[in-house]
Design a protein around this ligand. Structure first.
Ligand code: PLP
Length: 396
């Protein structure tokens, strides 16, 4: 039987690659998981009330564009952020993941490429690979906190097949929040080359210092902007599989509707749950933010105390990218699992290499840490990491 080159070329998720080892080790050791961005905050009760309200006579297909209540919930949520979207601008998707697939499918042809700033969310390789679209990686560096290079440098990566830029803000895996100057620069480039700017803002609320600007607030971009959104991280509801894609571009809207129609509809039950989530009171956010700010402060302090470790200055999302004085973070991650523990406990980290596309050797001494543990566990995990770094045989 033939298997397509297209899927054969999609790499295994770097986040899941070490999972078989972890599963084996977990029988005898406790593992603190700094490797996966699964929030531990309880999902708001409203979700379950929304889900329980579903009891039709027939479980029929929903509307392809999305459930009316959910669309209205999303519209209102954006209005509260000062972004004025009409119902027609919004399409409900199976998570932000399907929104990303739709964005690539509708803006790029096979052989086209998308600019991404490295390190980037590793799953982007799957969304592009599935459509034979290439990634044009623009490197950023731990030494400059993973901020963007200047306009001239960014433009030097653009080819006549570059159709879009895809950016995560706040960043996964870096935790970086781009400055208004950086955002304005990307907007200028998008307009100059008439490219689509795909802004993945699933971490919009996870901002720990200062204000957040959405690309949706830069009105000059309206016709070239696609927003990717999701309830997964915002409401700690990853399993609800509910996201959306938003654009004011009328031509693109028609194509997006075709994509939605081809998969008929999203699940009815989850949409009712997601609709209820969108009326979650702001106080929920104050609590969540307080907790994550504490975690961010904890991990930042722990990293600062580790000699030779350079990290991004995490300001948003719940990740930090670190450069460590070792030979190879994949080897180190395996070693931490198999050959190291303190009183029967160890940590799991995600090797940095998978977050790069331009060069196979990039990110080899970098790793992503997710601070989705309570501060007590986080301190323990960071202590184990620090001690491991001191005695790891591949230390430089
Ligand atoms: C988690 C995540 C998504 C999408 O998650 P869904 O669960 O499919 O909504 C998209 N982009 C980034 C950067 C993420 O971290």
């Amino acid at each position: 039987m033939h298997i397509s080159q297209r899927t054969l070329h999609i790499p295994t998720s770097p986040i899941r690659k070490l999972a078989p080892i972890a599963n084996r080790v977990e029988k005898t050791k406790k593992i603190y998981h700094l490797n996966i961005g699964q929030p531990d905050i309880p999902t708001p009760e409203s979700f379950f009330k929304g889900v329980a309200s579903y009891h039709p006579k027939v479980v029929a297909y929903g509307k392809s564009q999305g459930d009316a209540k959910l669309l209205e919930g999303i519209r209102k949520y954006y209005a509260e952020w000062g972004m004025d979207y009409a119902i027609d601008d919004i399409f409900v998707t199976n998570g932000g993941s399907e929104a990303l697939s739709f964005a690539i499918m509708t803006t790029c042809d096979p052989g086209d490429n998308v600019l991404m700033f490295e390190p980037f969310y590793a799953n982007y390789k799957s969304f592009t690979g599935a459509y034979n679209v290439e990634i044009q990686g623009v490197p950023t560096s731990p030494d400059t906190g993973y901020h963007l290079p200047d306009q001239e440098t960014v433009e030097s990566y653009i080819t006549d097949r570059t159709r879009a830029m895809l950016i995560t803000n706040p960043g996964n895996p870096t935790g970086v929040i781009y400055t208004r100057e950086e955002m304005d620069m990307l907007a200028r480039i998008a307009l100059k080359y008439d490219m689509t700017l795909i802004a993945d803002e699933v971490y919009r609320e996870f901002v720990y210092d200062g204000e957040y600007t959405s690309f949706g607030m830069l009105h000059e971009l309206d016709d070239n902007l696609v927003l990717i959104d999701s309830v997964s991280k915002r409401y700690s509801a990853c399993g609800a599989r509910s996201g959306c894609i938003i654009t004011k571009n009328r031509d693109l809207q028609q194509e997006l509707l075709k994509c939605c129609q081809a998969r008929l509809s999203c699940p009815n039950i989850e949409q009712l749950g997601a609709a209820a989530l969108y009326s979650t009171p702001k106080s929920y956010w104050e609590e969540v933010k307080k907790e994550y700010t504490k975690r961010r402060d904890t991990i930042k302090a722990c990293l600062a105390a580790m000699p030779g470790v350079i990290s991004s200055d995490p300001k948003g999302a719940f990740y930090v990218m670190v450069k460590m004085p070792i030979d190879d973070t994949e080897k180190f991650a395996k070693w931490l699992l198999e050959d190291f523990d303190i009183d029967g406990e160890t940590v799991m980290i995600t090797p940095g290499n998978g977050f790069y596309a331009s060069d196979v050797n990039r990110g080899q001494d970098e790793a992503r840490l997710a601070y989705v543990l309570n501060t007590h566990d986080l301190e323990k995990a960071m202590h184990i990491l620090a001690e491991g770094l001191k005695v790891y045989p591949g230390r430089k």
